[in-house]
Design a protein around this ligand. Structure first.
Ligand SMILES: NC(=O)C1=CN([C@@H]2O[C@H](COP(=O)(O)OP(=O)(O)OC[C@H]3O[C@@H](n4cnc5c(N)ncnc54)[C@H](OP(=O)(O)O)[C@@H]3O)[C@@H](O)[C@H]2O)C=CC1
Ligand SMILES: CC(=O)[C@@H](O)[C@H](O)COP(=O)(O)O
Ligand SMILES: [Mn+2]
Length: 396
């Protein structure tokens, strides 16, 4: 079988966040299909050594480092190669819009993904979206621009890829409801009273997935699932009442979609992000893979339970902000980035993260119909409020 469908040239991929967990796995996918995919651009923030190594191996047309401190080291290290070198987040946004780019993979973490994603959308690109924070912050704006510029967003997040795969072939059949599965994180069975004592190292031990530090903490607090509810709302045009979170500790059923006749489709597989990344690149085709496959007999029990919204207050807060809309999800995201960073620096405890987020949501000015500039100022205001609450300095 020939998998290079309808194309004489490999798809040119801009890997935004190539040094991270998603970025490095995306490079494995590209390496496995050199006839179909080529690296056009690589970007990072601080890990200049890995970026240099990746650039020398994959020979992209362009590389960029967000933190300008590393620019000269990067430039010097690649001076013998025909690679354009840039620095700053604006240059990453420009790369996402470059003519030659077929797919922009947004694999950078956090609010930093917003500007490059907006740029890719405004250029009508196909975006393989891993950076869920962009849709949390500004989902409404992103989707109005997607429509206007005929861009396409293909989800990479495992749950959303699962639902996307369930929807293929359904045409106009409406989805009645989706079930977003959640592992429950490392503290699923920890008693609520003991959460005040859990450590950073315990929180960084995800039961099923090996991911970057920020999303791993988000999984431990279940903020990740709250973000994913917001992400699903925008990706699939659903009301929050149509989205149910189901704790599924095995992370084998990646999510499910229920249709008008009561039929439920699920997508299953081992917890391995290479599959959703590859599908986002190959869609609407499926390419072969050599990664390990699911052996059902190794998982004789697939279990499901309701999430505990009292214990995991971040998930409850995410449902609250969905009701409020406006800039509330943007504030939620900014406060969360501040508290996760503070928790990772051992400055605050696990439960304080929800306290600070809740207080920040109460203090920041609510805007019902935010523009892009409003999102920028809301993000800044929320970061300052949250920083003060955790006892650190606001740098804005
Ligand atoms: N990891 C996973 O399995 C999954 C991740 N996601 C989402 O994908 C995104 C990436 O996650 P993950 O790969 O785990 O994260 P990592 O922390 O492993 O990697 C983040 C990447 O973003 C870059 N980066 C960080 N800050 C900035 C910045 N300010 N400007 C530009 N680039 C920046 C990093 O560069 P450097 O290395 O130089 O710091 C790195 O390349 C997140 O939004 C996450 O929620 C979604 C589903 C699953
Ligand atoms: C791999 C992936 O998509 C993560 O978002 C994962 O879902 C995190 O696990 P939790 O279900 O614990 O949030
Ligand atoms: Mn996910």
């Amino acid at each position: 079988m020939i998998y290079n469908t309808n194309r004489s040239q490999p798809k040119q991929i801009a890997l935004l966040g190539s040094t991270g967990s998603i970025g490095t796995q995306a490079l494995e996918v590209i390496s496995a299909h050199p006839e179909n995919f080529e690296v056009y651009a690589l970007t990072a923030n601080n890990n200049v050594d890995l970026l240099i190594q990746q650039a020398r191996h994959f020979l992209p047309a362009v590389v960029a480092i967000a933190n300008p401190v590393h620019y000269f080291k990067l430039k010097d290290a690649l001076s013998d190669l025909p690679i354009h070198v840039y620095s700053g987040i604006e240059s990453i946004a420009q790369i996402a819009a470059m003519e030659a780019v077929d797919i922009a993979l947004t694999a950078m973490v956090g609010y930093a993904g917003l500007l490059p994603t907006l740029s890719a959308v405004k250029s009508g690109k196909t975006i393989a979206l891993a950076n869920k924070e962009t849709l949390v912050v500004a989902g409404e704006l992103i989707y109005s621009l997607v429509k206007q510029h005929h861009a396409a967003i293909i989800p990479v997040d495992s749950e959303h890829s699962a639902i996307f795969q369930c929807l293929v072939g359904e045409g106009d059949n409406p989805v009645e409801k989706i079930f977003l599965t959640a592992s429950g994180g490392p503290f699923r069975t920890t008693h609520e009273d003991d959460l005040s004592k859990v450590t950073k190292n315990e929180a960084l031990q995800h039961p099923n997935w090996n991911m970057g530090a920020k999303i791993t903490i988000d999984s431990a607090t279940m903020m990740n699932k709250g973000f994913e509810v917001i992400e699903a709302k925008w990706l699939f045009g659903l009301e929050s009442s149509q989205i149910e979170v189901l704790v599924h500790p095995q992370s084998i059923v990646h999510s499910m979609a229920e249709f008008a006749d009561g039929s439920i489709k699920a997508q299953l597989g081992l917890p391995d992000m290479r599959l959703p990344i590859q599908y986002a690149f190959s869609y609407p085709n499926r390419f072969p893979s050599k990664w390990p496959r699911l052996d059902f007999t190794a998982y004789p029990e697939l279990t499901f339970e309701k999430p505990d919204l009292h214990k995991f207050r971040n998930l409850a807060l995410a449902f609250e902000v969905i009701k409020q809309q406006g800039n509330a999800p943007c504030v939620l995201n900014a406060a969360n980035e501040v508290v996760v960073a503070a928790f990772l620096r051992d400055e605050i405890g696990f439960l304080q993260m929800s306290d600070v987020i809740e207080a920040t949501l109460q203090k920041v000015t609510f805007l019902a119909k935010p523009s892009y500039e409003d999102y920028v100022t809301s993000d800044e205001e929320a970061r300052c409020v949250a920083a003060e609450l955790v006892g650190s300095v606001c740098n804005m």
